[in-house]
Structures are given as structure tokens and as C-alpha cells.
Design a protein around this ligand. Structure first.
Ligand SMILES: [Zn+2]
Length: 350
């Protein structure tokens, strides 16, 4: 009935969209069936603002000296993440206690030391070869010329601690027999701030074949509110969700509409948008390889890339809600029957 109605409507209106395309999109929307709603809520609710806050006050503290790529503070931050995964009994994709993908000095421009991406892994129960990458960057700007620390609480401490909490939730689910069907790779990139080089290295030297990488959900700044949303803070920008897989976009929408109803703002996803955020964080290195991505972002604020990006300015309740939405989206991608489909054509719904 629905299909017929749409066909008729378009025949009457004579729009430029072809009926065939419209039917496909409608079928795609209707085909999203959410999985496992009781369990996903149970495990999403283990993500708490208290734990996010505890992790972030540590990760964005002076101890890590602004986490500049290749420097002591960044190495300590990597160690902190590794210790966390060991303590939580969350495996490395390499096995044993090696959680690092080392990037040699030569890969970077002169003056940058070797550095490391940090990776943790939960093996899928049914389709372990299919991988969902959840990522955020661990590095930041280091110390200013005046000797002041760039704490990078929002950028990207917020994404980092979101991943820590999601990994813990997926791990608990697995322990209780509700582990994801597909595998999840938790990927903390280094060297984002010097031009997305950690993700560039990973996509050039993937641990799991890129053709088996189902999607990349990348988080870069989700703990704050920008000027445009001062009176409507329950929002998040999503960028890129409809560019490679319309199914990913509809899935993401349905998860949000069903569970959280966060006000999703797509203004920065518009083609030709002047900020070009789509190409400005680590997901872009996956997108250029044809892997569906979603970039989660709160927009810029006065403390962006300033020494004043500190953990006391984070809205932890909001960070919790946004993290839960990303977790629930990942759960759906990992557990639905079929792998999300890549679009055959890209000319629509831009
Ligand atoms: Zn960032």
C-alpha cells in the first residue's frame, strides 16, 4: 500500500525524483528493525556521568601536559588508556598486553617523535570478521609558548572517555552472554591535531581489512554547547551519516527517535558547507576509503583550541546522553542481521 501511494503521489506531482529511487529509500527506511531493545537499554545505562567525569578529570589533567603527539604527556595518556583496558579485562586486537599501533618517526614531518594509536577490541560472537570502529583522538596541543597547558577536555577528552565507557558497557554485555555479533574496535588515534595522521596511518596499515570494516563512528568534541544552542542544549551535530550508506543514516535516526530524541542538527553536513567539518577529523580517512562514517560533534565554542578547554566546563549529563546514543547506534550496527549496505549511487539526499 505504502509503495503504491508513493508511486501515485510522485506520478501526480511530477517531481524530479524518480519513483524507483523514492521507493528504494522508503523501503530502506522501513527495513530498519531495531534489535534487542531491552538489553541495549540495560547496558547503555551503565554509562554514567559520574564515571565520565572521573575519567575526564584525570585525562584532561596537568599530568598529561596537553598530550602533544610524541611527547611525554601523550605517552602517559596512551599508558593511561592501556592500563584502563587491562584493568577492565578488555582485550587488545594484537593479543597480550600490547595495545599500541606504533607509528614510526619517519611517518611524521621533521621534529615529531614516534607515537602510538591505542586499540582495544571485543570479538563478535557471530560475525567476528566484520568490524565496527569507534574512534576518538587522544592527542592534543601540548603546552603553549608561555608554558600553559592545553588541557583539551572537550577536544577530545570528551570523545576519549565516551569510548572508555562504551567499551566497558560492551564488555559487560559480552560477559553476560549479550556480546555484539560483529566485532568492535575501540580506536584512540594519535596525531589528529597535526593533520589526522594517526587515522591516516591506521587506514594505510589496518589491523583488520578495510573491506571488512562496516562503519566508523568517530567522536571529536561532545561535552560542550556552542553559541547556536544556548537555549536548546540537548542537541548534537551529526556529519556524514548519509553520504556513503543511507541505511546508516536511517538506522541512526531511528535509534535516536526511539531511545533518546536528542535534537540532531545536520547543518554541517550540507555539501559545500564553509567549515568543511566533514573532512576535518579522523573519520574522513575512512570515508575516502568508502567506509560509512558518522562524525559526532558539538560545534566550536570560545574555549576551542584554547588553554581554557578544561573539564569543569563540560556538561556531564549531556556527555552521558550523547555517549548513550552513540553506544546504542553501535549496538544496532553490530547486532542487526545484515551488514549495513553501501549505496550504489551517491547523487541523492545530500
Ligand atoms: Zn579534536
Amino acid at each position: 500500500m505504502k509503495t503504491f501511494f508513493i508511486l501515485s503521489a510522485f506520478a501526480l506531482l511530477g517531481t524530479c525524483s524518480t519513483p524507483k529511487y523514492t521507493i528504494r529509500i522508503q523501503n530502506l527506511k522501513d527495513s530498519i528493525i531495531l534489535v534487542d531493545s531491552n538489553n541495549v537499554t540495560t547496558y547503555a545505562n551503565t554509562i554514567t556521568y559520574q564515571e565520565l567525569k572521573t575519567h575526564l578529570y584525570k585525562f584532561a589533567s596537568s599530568e598529561f601536559q596537553g598530550r602533544k603527539v610524541g611527547e611525554k604527556g601523550q605517552k602517559l595518556a596512551a599508558e593511561f588508556l592501556k592500563s584502563y583496558y587491562i584493568k577492565e579485562h578488555i582485550a587488545s586486537p594484537f593479543g597480550g598486553d600490547n595495545y599500541y599501533q606504533t607509528i614510526p618517526k619517519d611517518f611524521f614531518s621533521k621534529g615529531i617523535n614516534s607515537s602510538e594509536n591505542v586499540l582495544a577490541y571485543i570479538k563478535g560472537s557471530e560475525k567476528p570478521e566484520e568490524i565496527i570502529v569507534i574512534s576518538a583522538h587522544l592527542d592534543h596541543l601540548g603546552i603553549s609558548d608561555e608554558g600553559q597547558i592545553y588541557y583539551g577536555a572537550d577536544d577530545d577528552g570528551s570523545g576519549t572517555v565516551a569510548i572508555m565507557e562504551m567499551a566497558q558497557a560492551f564488555n559487560l554485555a559480552q560477559k553476560n552472554g549479550h556480546g555484539p555479533k560483529r566485532s568492535i574496535l575501540f580506536l584512540h588515534f594519535t596525531a589528529e591535531e597535526i593533520g589526522k595522521q594517526g587515522s591516516e596511518f591506521y587506514t594505510q596499515h589496518p589491523i583488520f581489512p578495510l573491506e571488512n570494516t562496516v562503519a566508523n563512528l568517530n567522536i571529536d568534541m561532545i561535552g560542550r554547547i556552542d553559541d547556536l544552542h544556548k537555549n536548546n542544549k540537548d542537541y548534537m551535530y551529526l556529519i556524514g551519516s548519509d553520504r556513503i550508506s543511507k541505511e546508516l543514516h536511517f538506522l541512526s535516526e531511528k535509534v535516536n527517535n526511539t531511545y533518546y530524541n536528542i535534537n540532531i542538527d545536520y547543518r554541517y553536513n550540507r555539501e559545500g558547507e564553509s567549515h568543511q567539518y566533514y573532512s576535518r577529523s579522523d573519520h574522513y580517512n575512512f570515508a575516502v576509503k568508502g567506509i560509512p562514517v558518522i562524525f559526532y560533534f558539538n560545534g566550536e565554542h570560545g574555549d576551542y583550541h584554547e588553554i581554557s578547554d578544561t573539564p569543569d566546563k563540560i556538561d556531564y549529563n549531556l556527555l552521558e546522553r550523547r555517549t548513550k546514543l552513540i553506544f546504542t547506534t553501535a549496538w544496532q550496527i553490530a547486532n542487526q542481521e545484515h551488514r549495513i549496505a553501501i549505496d550504489e549511487e551517491n547523487e541523492f539526499l545530500k
